[in-house]
Design a protein around this ligand. Sequence first.
Ligand code: 2AM
Ligand code: CA
Ligand code: CA
Ligand code: CA
Length: 257
Amino acid sequence: MDQIDRRHSLIKSWLHEAADLLRESFNKELEIKEKTSRTDLVTNMDREIEVFLYEKITAHFPDERILGEESIGHDIQDLDGIVWIIDPIDGTLNFIKQRANFAIMIGIYEDGVGHLGYIYDVVRDELYFAIRHNGAYCNDRRLPTVEELPLSEGLVAISNRLVVSDAGEARRIAKNSSGLRVNGSAGLETAWVASGKLVAYIAPSLAPWDIAAGLVIAEEVGLVYRQVTGEKINLLQNNAVIVANRYAFQEIKNEWQ
Ligand code: 2AM
Ligand code: CA
Ligand code: CA
Ligand code: CA
């Protein structure tokens, strides 16, 4: 991938502009619509941020394709060439209910390989990003390679959907950890595993835009980010995922047997 430095400074400036739009929206009424259920919501701001990013990307990189959650981008059936995978607001329910604990996410892939990943926690002003082979950062701080902590020595985040399901995995994994956290933003939970705040994150059905940015960051800090079966992530479908250090990944995977 060419022009990495130019891409990086453009993306950072777009994220800050998009964050200003979100902060301004805190003082206005949101338009909220149901997508597939009463817990699967979209707001006017999800669409506005996706349109904002779409216009910036197409103005600067007209030959590159865009896959976004709110379907403003292209119809993507393969990952050939350069594909931007964007989630304008990850943690929409938190955005609506808490005005916090959500992130803007961008991943850039070339022929299926992740080169750049951005997870911007707007309210904490924490930008987690990674450049392939050049490390991962939280703002200006380089994130070290993750420690191989066992599950018993760390906090584990599990998605709400798995926690409330009848399957026993979530309960067993939570019991074996230092404690369970259910934060509601796949992106932030991944960023917090990458920065050592959590030992693992587990979710039974993440879409490509929930995964793309975090996968690039995970790779740069030595995390395993795979399907619960151990197979590689497929960015053209939904995936049941575990994000963890190598040791904890194996412990969690064993709970699925
Ligand atoms: P979203 O806020 O961008 O929709 C919530 O546990 C996390 O799972 C969020 O990161 C949320 O992303 C994601 N998620 C994926 N599919 C979802 C769905 N069908 N309903 C709610 N959240 C979903
Ligand atoms: Ca959504
Ligand atoms: Ca999401
Ligand atoms: Ca979203």
